[in-house]
Design a protein. Sequence first.
Length: 252
Amino acid sequence: MRIDVHTHIWNDQFDRLDQFIGSLDELAIDRACVLPIAPYMRNEDMADLVERSNGRIVGWASVLPFAETTGIPRVDPVEDLRHAIEDLGLKGLKLHPLIQGFALNDPGLVPVVSAAGELGVPVLFHTGPANGRAGRMENARIELLDDLAIMCPNTIMIAGHASPLGPASYLARKHPNVYLETSITWARWCKLMPGLASMVTEHAGADKILYGTDFSIGRDERVTGLNAVLEELDPADLEKISGQNAARILNL
Ligand SMILES: [Zn+2]
């Protein structure tokens, strides 16, 4: 069972769900976690995609933790999350420090991140730089999750795009509640450095790494590029990374 914990269907692609699922078939992905970013996608729309996907999409929620930094009215993020998980059946929470305007170690995150733990769902954070112009790179430094992991010890948090070149594996070793997700950075750096994927997997622990690609329609190379660098891994470790770990933390 291959589970991709980081994919996107953008608002203007809702009517291309068949194409998205066709790509999953071609790329041998059994289930795709589709990640929204509030306020640019509604949790109700995500629930609708899940409903239409024949079990292929694992829908995630997004809420806006700090409305004052974006100028867009919000509802209380804890209430918003509770509704998304308990009423809409979504399975995780995506938060983006650059687009949503906060630092990864802002204590103001504690109520909503702790609520995710109480609701039994993981939180995936964008970490590291991004191509867009939004936000301060400083706010998305993966080291900042060190603080948040201590502030919210009962919430599983996933470092998105966790670079194999940085301190990510130390974070995963240090904190039982921190996991690493592979999209973009692993394909880029491990391709240049054979042996890197195996070394980081051994250091972080194969139980703490999640297969994620940042796939969206037309971006097949993000999947094939990652698959190529993961081939060097021990087969049992690859099984964990490709799906077993995600199935465990998402209760699939
Ligand atoms: Zn993404």
